[in-house]
Design a protein around this ligand. Sequence first.
Ligand SMILES: Nc1nc2c(ncn2[C@@H]2O[C@H](COP(=O)(O)OP(=O)(O)OP(=O)(O)O)[C@@H](O)[C@H]2O)c(=O)[nH]1
Ligand SMILES: [Mg+2]
Length: 390
Amino acid sequence: MVLDAALASGARLADPGDFTRRAFLNGRIDLAQAEAVADLIHSRTELALRAANEQLAGKLSQRINELRDDLMKTLAHVEAYIDFPEEDIAEETKDQLLGRLDRGVAFMDELLRTANEGQILRRGIRAAIIGRPNAGKSSLLNQLLGRDRAIVSPIAGTTRDTIEETANIRGLPVVFIDTAGLREARDEIEIEGIRRSHESLQKAEFILHVLDNSEPFTEADEKYLREFSGKKRILVRNKIDLPPKLKMPEGVGQTFLSAGSGDFPVAGPNTGLESPVNSQAGTPALPIVDVCCVTGKGIEALKDAIKDLVWSGEIKTEMLEVMINSRHQDALNRARESTSRTIAALRSGVTLELAAMDLRMAVNAVGEIVGKTATEDLLDMIFSQFCIGK
Ligand SMILES: Nc1nc2c(ncn2[C@@H]2O[C@H](COP(=O)(O)OP(=O)(O)OP(=O)(O)O)[C@@H](O)[C@H]2O)c(=O)[nH]1
Ligand SMILES: [Mg+2]
């Protein structure tokens, strides 16, 4: 009733992100900080929360502003020479300007390298659990979630619908998708289940392929190996508590464990076992992790393997505070391109006007990140992702 009375007297309900938008429009926070409020609300792990907090505190903004100031200083310099066409830029000055621009590009590259991880922290990463019926896929899902989410039974074909759940794996939000074991369907429900499995496999960014260590290696296993060669994956050898019967085809295990070792009888060049992941010399080919999904043995090692697979490890911890999102990535890519053109123009000595124009574009693109240049549409887009009342 109070609310109704307030509305009747002319008040209006807040829109999503209304308050944050006001804070931005009144200059209390910049756009990157405003986005961090949404990240904070949506963060699903402590690591994501930390990254969002750093951005809210203005760590990314500070670095972006420094970058923009640097580019602007260079721009002012270049423009000064345009105004005095009779003077040539002294070699020394030119070197200084180029040096500053090179450092700018290097810094943009550094930020751009955080984009993938930033995306993972914000949105999570999707992992499909595949393997033939009864391999223990649902048991594995339950172990990774730490609770009994999916039905487990000795009957092959237990899981018919795909099940999606998010788990916190070493600070990374990972969406695990338990699938129906792909096999000859016996009824309509199963056909639909298998169709859905295929669909979620397309969307998955990496794959956990579960093998039953207590059963011999089958054609179905091999088919899985071949079919998903284009994706990052981990082989999970389950049921290690039972007497081992799984003999990986000669060379497969070896090759998976150490790249480029000897012959490859089963997996020829076209079997797809040479995925990009394992072609890097020195890195283990396909990681294999042994687990028992009844006792939970090996699950911690599997979590480590997952983290190694999705988190490149190239990111220095201090970069956690500047994890960029896809909007920042787009702006930085444009800024980088323009800056590179400026560098080329200065080097080749074409008219300074062109160099200045490109540099101005770079300054504007970098400014977009913190909202120095922002359109109504962009603001609507950003703040619509907020909850009402924030
Ligand atoms: N001994 C032993 N049994 C296991 C292990 N993991 C799973 N099982 C058993 O294997 C059977 C199949 O497990 P599920 O998790 O239902 O297998 P699934 O791959 O999801 O099977 P579908 O959904 O039918 O494709 C169940 O009886 C589990 O209790 C393990 O590590 N050791
Ligand atoms: Mg299952």
